[in-house]
Design a protein. Structure first.
Lengths: 106, 411
């Protein structure tokens, strides 16, 4: 069985509620979002044309890619418009000291 | 009890969005899509970009199986030839007569065809079939000429260069994208194309086009002849209003609808590129030929068809990708064309800027080169209360988001 490979990234203190930021994990561009205290990690590439999602906008639960306005639910990763798209989701947890750990699955 | 039937005429993305929304809203009556094209609705934006490069195939809006799952009757390869408003019927090219309870007209636009330009090698670009034919010709071509320096022309020229071809743009106006961007910003786009090797010839009148001996086309201009293997004509469009006109619906520049997409006839609506819409806050009917608008029309119109009175209030938005550059825009620049100079944030020289149109203290529209984020912010500003000065818009240190009025605190 594969062991999860958690990597420490930034601290929750540096990712305010309503904020998102891009980090690099094992060479992959990862997007961290904080929606009302819920932290999620996704590939920082829009499923449409791989544009960097951190250049877009996070408004409530809606994450909008700036390039072509594709919209996603930032908590579930599901597409809103179009609704058949989906963000690539990564394992993500916040440690007791506030460190955000991400596992990109390899 | 008899189930109601909604018929949609026209097979673009707006129609597909309307169908999806109708089912999402729980409409369980009959749904019929009539399209002159032989395939289910697909995305047109890639046709002038990745599709020509061969890096994208056709991209259906919803795959064919979806229509079956959702019990949507597809009448493809059928043209609606007659609309009887009193009898509530549409007659199709094959003679079939379809009754409807509600009708959504999404007949779109077609390329404006220039008379006298019908040599072999002259291409137009609108449909997937057009794009497939053009891609085949472009692959075999050495020199691709484009008539018209609008979005289609610019995107096709960029694709030609990326395919390793020679590319020439001929435009009658003084610069590229002149109508949208004006002379100063249009020059920036012309500079981008020239730097990539496109032979940009502005202020050029094409006097005629004929066959070139040995194949291809010969363009006759005041500055001499230009030979090319293929000529792409992108000189605007004509709204396809024939069906509406024949039925006696008001059509000026498009099928006239109110803010809820209703035409003058009960139960008949129009959306997308063909709809000339009366919207609050605009001094004229608005007809927009952009993908995002058509899709948003489809969604909102679907809810109106189902009986809600929901005026269209989405902010218009579009983009164009040319080489590694992205042009994007929010709002309607044309509304404020004469209202004063555009306010620039960023640098024209560095090809990274946003141009704002300010009306009093309100931002009405923005168009940007390589700053989609600015446009995203402006899109949100336009939709809400805000106040901006020219100085703030110019000043990079002022986040555009901050120009929004604070939400009124609940009391």
């Amino acid at each position: 069985m594969e062991t999860a490979r958690w990597r420490d990234t930034i601290n929750l203190d540096d990712l305010w509620e309503g904020d998102m930021t891009a980090v690099t994990v094992d060479g992959e561009a990862v997007l961290l979002v904080n929606v009302d205290g819920t932290v999620r990690a996704y590939s920082n590439r829009c499923p449409h044309q791989a544009s960097a999602l951190d250049e877009g906008d996070l408004d409530g639960e809606t994450l909008t890619c700036a390039k072509h306005l594709w919209e996603f639910n930032a908590v579930t990763g599901c597409g809103v418009n179009p609704d058949d798209a989906r963000l690539t989701s990564y394992g993500c947890q916040v440690g007791d000291n506030g460190t955000i750990y991400v596992d990109i699955g390899r | 009890m008899r189930k109601p039937r909604i018929v949609i005429v026209g097979g673009g993305a707006g129609s597909a969005a309307a169908l999806a929304e109708l089912r999402k809203q729980g409409f369980d009556g009959h749904l019929t899509l009539v399209s002159a094209e032989s395939v289910v609705p697909y995305e047109r934006p890639p046709l002038s970009k990745d599709f020509l490069l061969g890096t994208s195939g056709p991209v259906p809006f919803k795959d064919a199986a979806w229509y079956e799952q959702e019990s949507v009757e597809l009448l493809l390869g059928s043209r609606a030839t007659r609309l009887d408003l009193a009898a509530r019927t549409v007659t199709l090219s094959g003679g079939t007569v379809l009754g409807y309870d509600q009708l959504l007209l999404a007949t779109g636009v077609r390329p404006r065809v220039l008379p006298g330009l019908d040599a072999d090698g002259v291409c137009y670009l609108r449909t997937g079939e057009d794009a497939a034919a053009l891609r085949e010709r472009m692959t075999a071509a050495g020199h691709v000429a484009v008539l018209g320096g609008g979005f289609i022309g610019c995107e096709v020229a960029a694709a030609a260069i990326r395919l390793g071809k020679r590319a020439t743009i001929l435009e009658a106006l003084p610069t590229l994208l002149h109508r949208v961007l004006g002379p100063e910003l249009g020059d920036v786009v012309a500079g981008i194309h020239r730097d990539k090797g496109v032979d940009v010839r502005t202020g050029q009148q094409v006097l005629g086009v004929g066959p070139r001996p040995g194949g291809g086309v010969r363009l006759n201009t005041a500055a001499g002849d230009i030979d090319a293997d293929v000529l792409v004509v992108g000189v605007g469009t004509v709204p396809s209003t024939e069906l509406a006109e024949q039925a006696g619906l008001p059509t000026g520049n498009g099928i006239e609808v109110d803010a809820c997409f209703a035409t003058a006839a009960p139960g008949v609506y129009a959306i997308g590129d063909v709809a000339a819409q009366q919207l609050a806050g605009h001094g004229r009917r608005v007809r927009v030929e952009h993908h995002d608008t058509a899709v948003r029309h489809g969604r909102v119109a679907a809810r109106n068809v189902l009986g809600r009175r929901e005026p269209f209030g989405d902010v218009h938005w579009f983009w164009s990708d040319q080489f590694e550059h992205t042009i994007s825009s929010a709002g309607l620049l044309a509304d404020v064309g004469g209202a004063g100079p555009l306010i620039i944030r960023g640098s024209l020289e560095q090809r990274s800027f946003s141009a704002f149109s300010l009306d009093g203290n309100r931002v009405r529209a923005a168009i940007s080169l390589n700053r989609p984020r600015d446009v995203l912010d402006v899109r949100r500003l336009i939709a809400r209360d805000h106040s901006a000065t020219a100085g703030q818009l110019r000043d990079e240190s002022v986040p555009l988001k901050r120009l929004a009025a604070p939400a009124v605190a609940a009391t």
